[in-house]
Every structure is written in structure tokens, then in C-alpha cells.
Design a protein around this ligand. Structure first.
Ligand code: ASP
Length: 588
């Protein structure tokens, strides 16, 4: 028996008990006549003591030779500590050790295994198994387990069935590139790893399973952005015989349950906002509504003077920064530099100081009088003591820029509080999205999303105006998940493929299986998927998802621990008949 107790378990009620513990050496302190070792396992740390008076010489010698991260097993007696540590659950006791066995030695770890470590991110990823020994990472993984477990229990209790769908499939377009897997048995042919189980879950509805869920890995070969992982996990769901309202209610229930069970937060009804409203009020389809700073559109109150920049702009829009009038000229210059920064891309900002005496001072006083500026304050909701920041330009661009500024200011003002939760449903997304690069419309969600039935006709004349029964759940300014009511009849699906630029032949080759299934009594259905990694990070009050993933990839999509991706053996390439292609490429 390696242990009678864990390292987090012993209390003063165990005093005088003989125990056996196993774990890692966190720390040793050697005072010559006395040695202490902190022994650690997943459950906590327990202090071990060896001393000249009470322990044998041999065991003291042995204790002197154990190093950090050695794995040891000890037998001993629980005794009361001379100086107790109230910060440690096991801080009332220590173990007077009578037997010590070194189960395994350890090299000195490349970084300290402490809550605050000296290891940089790449080093910690390279030795992830050591990083997992640290409390913050270990606790994040346990936290993730709890969220996943609560999700499974909740959905199972609601009658959802977890079904596994295959990983070796054919491409499903969800807006990213596929990771492909060459098939040895079918030379020259490839599987794709699923970007999501979208078509399979729809087929499960045709199969009559009615309510499906799966906590499932998805794979997307996207250009990497910060905090994106090429493989990630979804809580994927689908339901039959439902309307949008049924789905929103079901998953609002799940989210409410998680917020309660995990964070102890009660949220009654989640607010809802249409996509158009979100864009107008926050310039963003995933607004953080934990704070105000709503957009005020100023065209009607700012386009009547000689200020050409505004007169030529499609949209003039401002936000009120609470207490911003205290900003110095230098602070404002810095903000202006910030919006000019290529990632934001604004040309500059116009600002208005709202003085305490009710007067205004702006960067465009040459063009606008006090009466004009008072109207701006009214539209943006600015009060005395605030600062109004105004951007202008092409509607979509300017909204995105002001939204970035709003988030940045909120961050600086400490308004994005991690332990405050503000969920929001954003509904009525556009069905299609114009893509500049290809010069055509793409499905904004995916090609299986149903247009609002009453707008199908509009597809012919104003495709960009057609809305879908598609929705996102937003939490604290992050898209937690999204979904839609699906097309369930072959005719509409064929029409949709046609609008998206698939020829009949292409649609049949890629999605024939789905179109066929739709000929055998497909029920009306819809669903959604939540991103588990992000959800867990937000519930855990963190911004980055990496600590909640056991073995994450770095910003270049590499696993630096196992060193993947990596070249494969020439023999393997030959078996897959891939060698030739690579050789040919090398010759070019
Ligand atoms: N498959 C979709 C996604 O991955 C979710 C859904 O429509 O249910 O975003």
C-alpha cells in the first residue's frame, strides 16, 4: 500500500495515528539537527519532520539526500506542530517520520513548482507535466472537469443523449480550413477532421434521437490568433421539433445552472438583443454589457457645420467616458495614438470635455458651439466630468474602431470585473456575409442555417439583408457559443448551396448524404454549440484558455512538448503515396 492518506487530509484529529504518505518533495529545510520536508500530492501538502532526538541517524541521512520533486513514500506518526500554520489545511500537524523510501529520483526542475513560478510560458509548456503539478494549472484542470461534469449531468437530466460522432470525416465548411488525414487504404484520398460535428448531429435528428449533445473535439486550421487553439472542445447540441425560442430556453437553462453551480451566481432572465441593435449600440456582435458606454450616433447633430471630416463620414459616433474630463492633454494624446495603432486603424479622435460647470471644451471648437456640443452630450449620455470620444468614417469600420476603444477604456477603468457575469443572447444574425477577398456572399454561420422563412424571397433581390434564425450566447464580451435553426428540406438547402456558389454537382459531391437524408422525413431541427475552453476560462475568471487545457499548443500551433507537427518517415510517406508530391515540390 503506497498510502493510507493523502497529503491534504490529515488534521489534529489524526494526532498519534500511524500513517503512510506518498508524494513529491516540494521543499526541504535542513537545520542540521532538524530537517523538514513538505510533501505534496494533488490534494495538498503535509509537513514531515526528522530530528536528532526522535529519529534514527540513518533516516536523517536519507532525508538529507532527497531533492526537490523526488517521489518518496514515508511512514510515521501524526504529531501536533510546534508552530502551526493557519494558512495550510494540514497546518496543525506534522509527521514524525520513521521510514522513508525513495520511489523515484528527480532532476532539478527547470522552473519552480510554486503558485508563482519563475518559468516563462514556453518553458512551462515544454515541461507541461511539471507545470500541471503547480496549483494554478492543476486547479484549472479540476475546474474544467467540474464544468464538464455539471454540463453532462444537466443535459442528461434534461433528456439529452451523448452520442459520439466520427473524427475521420469529409470536409464540413464552417469557415476555416480543414486538417486533412491521408488514407493509406485509399491512396490519394483524404479524410478531414471535423470543424464541428454539424452534419452528423443533423443526421442524428433525422435518425430520431430528438435531443443530442456531445462534449467533443473540433479541429480548425485557421490563421492563429492569440488565444486560439487549432483543436478545441465544444459542448455540441441539437434538438428536433424546436423553434428558436425552445433552444434559447434550453441553453439559457444550462448556462444559468453552470453560473449557479460553479460560481454561485443567480441570473434570472438573460437579456436579448438583435444583431442590428448590438452593432448600433456597441459596434460589436458580442458586446460586453457589464458596463455602459453605449454608442451615440451623432450624424444628425454634427453634420450641419463646415467640418468636412464629419460631413463626408457615413457614420459619426461617440461614447461618454465616465470621469474622463480628468484626463490630461497627454492622456488624450495617448488615447488618440492608441486608436491610430494599425490594429484599430482610426485616423484620430475628436473629443469633448464636459466641464463641471456645464460648459464644453472640444478639439473642434472652431466648428461647433456650446449648444451643438450639449446635443452631443445628450446623445452619448455624457454628464459633467465626462469625456466624449468621437470617431467617424465608414459605418462598419468606425463601429469596430469605437468598439475597440470602448473595450480598451473599460479595461483601463477596471470595468471588466472577472467575477461579474453578464450573459446576453444576440439574435437575428444576417444569413450571409459579403467577403471582399472572393467577391461573393458566404454563410455567416454555416450553409445549413435557415433564413427567416418570411425572408426567403428577399434572397433573390437583397441577399445581404436576409436575416437568419441564428443566435449567439455572449458572456462578458466573449462569444460563448452560437447556433441556428436549420434548413430541413431539400429544396431550400439546394437553393442555399446555389446562393453560396456551389454548383449542383459540387453540392451533391460534398453534401449528397445530407440532401439524401432530407428526402426521408427530416424533422424541423436546430441547435447550438458552446466553446468549452472559453466558457471554462470565463467562469474561472480568466482571460486565457491555455491554463484550462491540459496540453495546449503555442501561438504558432505547435505542441512544444512533443514537438509536433513534425516530419514523418519516408516509409510512411511512401505508404501514403505522398513522397512523390513533396519531392516534386522540392524540385521547384
Ligand atoms: N456547428 C456550429 C459551430 O461550430 C454550431 C451550431 O450551429 O450548432 O459553430
Amino acid at each position: 500500500m503506497y498510502r493510507s492518506h493523502t497529503c491534504g487530509e490529515l488534521r489534529d484529529s489524526h494526532i498519534n495515528k500511524e500513517v503512510t504518505l506518498s508524494g513529491w518533495v516540494q521543499k526541504t529545510r535542513n537545520k542540521g539537527f532538524m530537517i523538514w520536508i513538505d510533501l505534496r500530492d494533488r490534494y495538498g501538502t503535509t509537513q514531515l519532520i526528522f530530528d536528532e532526538e526522535r529519529s534514527s541517524k540513518a533516516i536523517i541521512e536519507k532525508a538529507k539526500n532527497v531533492g526537490r520533486e523526488y517521489v518518496i513514500q514515508i511512514k510515521g506518526t501524526v504529531i501536533e506542530r510546534a508552530s502551526k500554520n493557519p494558512n495550510l489545511p494540514t497546518g496543525d500537524i506534522e509527521i514524525l517520520v520513521s521510514k522513508l523510501i525513495v520511489l523515484n529520483e528527480s532532476l532539478t526542475p527547470p522552473f519552480t513548482i510554486e503558485d508563482k513560478t519563475d518559468g516563462g510560458e514556453e518553458l512551462r509548456m515544454k515541461y507541461r507535466y511539471l507545470d500541471i503539478r503547480r496549483n494554478p494549472v492543476k486547479n484549472s484542470l479540476i475546474f474544467r472537469h467540474k464544468v464538464a461534469q455539471e454540463t453532462r449531468n444537466y443535459l442528461s437530466n434534461e433528456g439529452f443523449i451523448e452520442v459520439e460522432t466520427p473524427y475521420l470525416i469529409k470536409s464540413t465548411p464552417e469557415g476555416a480550413r480543414d486538417f486533412v488525414v491521408p488514407s493509406r487504404m485509399n491512396q490519394g484520398q483524404f479524410y478531414a477532421l471535423p470543424q464541428s460535428p454539424q452534419t452528423f448531429k443533423q443526421l442524428l435528428m433525422v435518425g430520431g434521437l430528438d435531443k443530442y449533445f456531445q462534449i467533443v473535439k473540433c479541429f480548425r486550421d485557421e490563421d492563429l490568433r492569440a488565444d486560439r487553439q487549432p483543436e478545441f472542445t465544444q459542448i455540441d447540441c441539437e434538438m428536433a421539433f424546436v423553434e428558436q425560442e425552445d433552444i434559447l430556453n434550453a441553453f439559457e437553462g444550462l448556462t444559468r445552472h453552470l453560473l449557479k453551480a460553479i460560481n454561485g451566481v443567480d441570473i434570472n432572465k438573460f437579456p436579448r438583443m438583435t444583431y442590428d441593435e448590438a452593432m448600433q449600440r456597441y459596434g460589436n456582435d458580442k458586446p460586453d454589457i457589464r458596463f455602459g458606454m453605449e454608442f451615440g450616433e451623432l450624424n444628425t447633430v454634427a453634420q450641419h457645420k463646415d467640418f468636412n471630416v464629419f460631413n463626408q463620414a457615413e457614420l459619426i459616433v461617440g461614447i461618454a467616458v465616465s470621469g474622463g474630463n480628468t484626463y490630461s492633454r497627454k492622456d488624450i494624446d495617448k488615447l488618440t495614438d492608441w486608436v491610430k495603432h494599425p490594429q484599430v486603424g482610426a485616423l484620430g479622435t475628436v473629443y469633448v470635455r464636459c466641464n463641471d460647470d456645464g460648459t464644453y471644451k472640444s478639439s473642434v471648437d472652431k466648428f461647433y458651439n456650446q449648444e451643438d456640443l450639449a446635443k452631443w452630450a445628450e446623445v452619448t449620455g455624457a454628464k459633467a466630468g465626462d469625456l466624449i470620444c468621437v470617431l467617424s468614417g465608414e459605418t462598419n469600420k468606425v463601429r469596430a474602431q469605437l468598439s475597440a476603444l470602448r473595450m480598451e477604456l473599460a479595461e483601463r477603468l477596471g470595468l471588466r470585473k472577472p467575477n461579474e457575469f453578464a450573459p446576453l443572447w444576440v439574435t437575428d444574425f444576417p444569413l450571409l456575409e459579403w467577403d471582399e477577398d472572393t467577391g461573393r456572399y458566404h454563410a455567416m454561420h454555416h450553409p445549413f442555417t435557415s433564413p427567416k422563412p418570411e425572408q426567403i424571397e428577399l434572397l433573390k433581390t437583397n441577399p445581404g439583408d436576409v436575416k437568419a434564425n441564428a443566435y449567439d450566447l455572449v458572456l462578458n464580451g466573449n462569444e460563448i457559443g452560437g447556433g441556428s435553426i436549420r434548413i430541413h428540406d431539400k429544396k431550400t438547402q439546394a437553393l442555399m448551396f446555389d446562393y453560396l456558389g456551389f454548383t449542383e454537382k459540387e453540392a451533391k459531391a460534398q453534401f449528397g448524404f445530407l440532401m439524401n437524408a432530407f428526402e426521408y422525413g427530416a424533422p424541423p431541427h436546430g441547435g447550438l454549440a458552446f466553446g468549452l475552453d472559453r466558457l471554462v476560462a470565463i467562469l474561472g475568471g480568466q482571460e486565457t484558455i491555455r491554463d484550462f487545457i491540459a496540453f495546449p499548443k503555442n501561438n504558432s500551433g505547435r505542441d512544444i512538448m512533443i514537438d509536433a507537427p513534425a516530419p514523418i518517415d519516408v516509409k510512411q510517406l511512401e505508404e501514403l503515396s505522398l513522397k512523390l508530391n513533396i519531392r516534386e515540390k522540392e524540385n521547384i
